[in-house]
Design a protein around this ligand. Structure first.
Ligand code: ACO
Length: 324
């Protein structure tokens, strides 16, 4: 018997405040036109003062539970992908566990920056397949606005805040790619790329939370080739080809990276879920946010083969193939 981690529900939450590109024109030497043409971003949401990552994540979790028709106590495990936790500890996962009123199970965080949701999905899948958990909430939640250097036009216009969540449930499968659920995972990292994307502060170095630093152009070149190759490896592992894919749900960093990766995979843009124009780069939240929006738009339907792929600081990158 093959155990599969099957998607039972999806949901998301975006903070109320929407910031159009034009708002940056007042304080930075930039323009709506530059941001749109170089990144595809038109607007992003920023958390209100005092609004935390765990609050965004809890809203998304409630939406996913509602979509699944489940209660918090039906869940055995919460895993949160985030690089912007409320506090150094405890985990955002345990904060959301309390917020949801969960009285059992276990919760923790994973940190793989923009690849975090793919890493979290992989971990949730492993826990389900090994029998450690039956129902898992996988959440990506971020408040990247808190680690922006507002004087650095090359980074602060690109990121946004938000959260998305999936409920996964153990179900019996046949072991073929006809099964619903997670079919394969491919994870990679290479710490030699540390300086390409990092935050210049932390607990054991500066004692403060620091600001994001990025070599955007160098990272851009790494992104397209690494995203295409991890997606291809995950497809091989699942025993499918690009022709079998209904939807790619990419990390939403830059429309040019999304288009370049689609081209390398030989896929038309009408098979790609794109939300970067409305959300900016929400790091670990971007894939579950795009999945939730993609389902609400009527793009992703039950039975569809989806490939999620992401790259972020580390560098860390990876892909997941699943049948919705
Ligand atoms: N407005 C106007 N001009 C700008 C701005 C801005 N907001 N930002 C940079 N510029 C200027 C630069 O200073 C540079 O000027 P110069 O030629 O006089 O030096 C010029 O625009 C071109 O800069 P590039 O960095 O070469 O621009 P590029 O086309 O590479 O686009 C971008 C920059 C959007 C950052 C792109 O490189 C990118 O998306 N990189 C990848 C980001 C990414 O994938 N991140 C994913 C991981 S994120 C995570 O893990 C947290």
């Amino acid at each position: 018997m093959t155990v599969r981690a099957v998607i039972k529900g999806v949901g998301h939450y975006l903070p109320e405040r929407v910031v159009p590109n034009s708002e940056f024109e007042a304080t930075l030497d930039t323009s709506d036109e530059w941001i749109r043409t170089r990144s595809g971003i038109e607007r992003r949401h920023f958390a209100a003062e005092g609004e935390t990552t765990s609050q965004l994540g809890a809203h998304a979790a409630r939406a996913a539970l509602k979509d699944a028709g489940l209660e918090a106590d039906d869940i055995d495990m919460i895993i949160v992908a985030t690089s912007t936790p409320d506090l150094t500890f405890p985990s955002v996962g345990t904060m959301i566990q309390k917020e949801l009123g969960m009285t059992k199970g276990f919760a923790f965080d994973v940190q793989a920056v923009c690849a975090g949701f793919v890493y979290a999905l992989s971990n949730a899948n492993a826990q389900i397949v090994s029998g450690q958990a039956k129902r898992v909430l996988v959440i990506g939640a971020e408040t990247f606005s808190r680690i922006m250097d507002w004087t650095d036009r090359s980074t602060c216009v690109l990121f946004g805040d938000g959260a998305g969540a999936l409920v996964l449930e153990a179900q019996e499968g046949t072991g073929t790619s006809d099964d619903r659920g997670i079919l394969s995972v491919d994870l990679n990292s290479d710490g030699n790329y540390r300086d390409m994307l990092y935050v210049d502060g932390g607990v054991s170095s500066t004692g403060d939370s620091g600001k994001l630093r990025m070599q955007g152009n160098a990272l851009f070149r790494q992104a397209v080739s690494k995203l295409a190759s991890t997606a291809e490896t995950a497809m091989d592992k699942a025993g499918i080809t690009a022709a079998d894919i209904d939807w790619v749900v990419p990390h939403q960093a830059n429309i040019r990276i999304i288009e370049g990766t689609a081209k390398k995979l030989g896929l038309p843009m009408d098979k790609i879920v794109v939300t970067v124009q409305d959300h900016g780069n929400t790091s670990a939240a971007s894939i579950p946010l795009a999945m939730s929006v993609g389902k609400a738009r009527g793009q992703i339907k039950q039975g569809d083969i989806c490939v999620a792929e992401a790259i972020g600081g580390g560098l860390a990158w990876g892909a997941v193939v699943l049948r919705w």
